[in-house]
Write a protein that binds this ligand. Sequence first.
Ligand code: NAD
Length: 451
Amino acid sequence: MSTYSRMLNKQKDFFYTAKTKSISFRIDALENLKQAIKKNEDLLMSALKADLNKSAFDTYTTEIGILYEEIKFNKRHLNDWSKPKKVKTPITHTGSRSFIYSEPYGSALVIAPWNYPFQLAIAPIIGAIAAGNCVVLKPSELTPTTSGVLRKLISETFPEEYICVVEGGVETSQALLTEPFDYIFFTGSIAVGKVVMEAAAKNLIPVTLELGGKSPTIVHEDAHLKLAAKRIAWGKFTNAGQTCVAPDYLYVHRQVKQQFLNELQHAIIELYGEHPLTNDDYTHIVSEKHFDRLTSLLNVENQWYGGKVDKDNLVIEPTVLIDINWSDKIMEDEIFGPILPIIDYEELTDVINEVNSQPKPLALYLFSESNDVQETVLKNISFGGGCINDTIYHLSSPHLPFGGVGSSGMGSYHGKSGFDTFSHKKSIMKQTTKFDIPLRYPNVKNGLKKI
Ligand code: NAD
């Protein structure tokens, strides 16, 4: 029996003690998780600085603070979410009552990526704990310092038969994927999402896939350009563009293009300074491989702003490329870095048709003051989620399910949808024994029958 089989068996044994089914156990676990994060805040700040050069401000707002909110929301609503829900019963079933019970799956495997290596590892665990599951977490090997802190924090807080961390790379992930977990929650690339789903199919394990892709942003002619530029610059260049829901590329209406570009330049300088390469608060690229992939997309001909790089420190300036079209290399795959290509347009219908000819995006952002334009885009393009007149912000609301559609993913989490994701919905009909309606039985002519 492999180490992972033994570990999973231990978790299954623990799960069947029914300890995780107690609501107070789950609430205590969420509180303990919060306290553990609080205790390790400084360590986390330095780990994220070491792995990605993330500033303390970015680490707090995008990796830690967001988790405190998620824990608070789960603790507040858990009692209500976990109660059996009474639902209507059809007249044909007179005498009985119907309920939906939320029951935990058992032991969940959570596989996390490197771009928000703490937040994207812990956020699914919050949903899994709230729903009463055990968890095995596999963090990304590309952010090893944060991975080490995750292991320390979790092992100091929870017994391994309840929640544990397995560090390692692709082989570790592949070995874990052969085990009969009760649920798999994967965050990462589309290519690996397919590998995960194939492995899950072998054991018929339900999955949530939080994937990526090219997320469009549209700046219409009636947009509030100054705010659009600032919110796009922030959404694109925070974490050096290594954000699954970052605006991947922009469609800008030809009539406002020049004015928008001027505003964008101001916004980039305001947020990241005149010399981002030496700005100590600007995030670095995670690895040399990703750095080389990104710099191969830089192209002097279309470069309108930025473009300078520092290979020794793996930094790329916020860079804007203009006059781009769909035949350019940068439009082939998700960019996942601080390079922003801009395509001009005149007719919104062309934008809608072009976006619809691509795989369904994880996010879409539209900047327009017009209700009609907003509704037209919302009704005619399918995407995971997004914002009108903003970028990225939708993902930090616990009231909004977060997830993709089509190749950008399946399933969702955050707030109640995280709880629901990690819960099987068990339908139960409670039948009366006071009388019996014999109509369902063969050869019965009379109606209601006393027993
Ligand atoms: P990745 O798919 O390369 O890796 C994710 C995890 O899968 C890692 O833990 C890695 O060890 C493991 N893995 C890698 N190759 C594997 C294989 N062949 N078999 C089994 N496991 C394997 O993704 P990444 O580079 O860490 O993250 C970037 C991608 O993730 C981008 O596409 C981004 O859009 C996406 N992403 C999506 C979300 C979301 O919430 N939808 C969030 C962050 C990142």
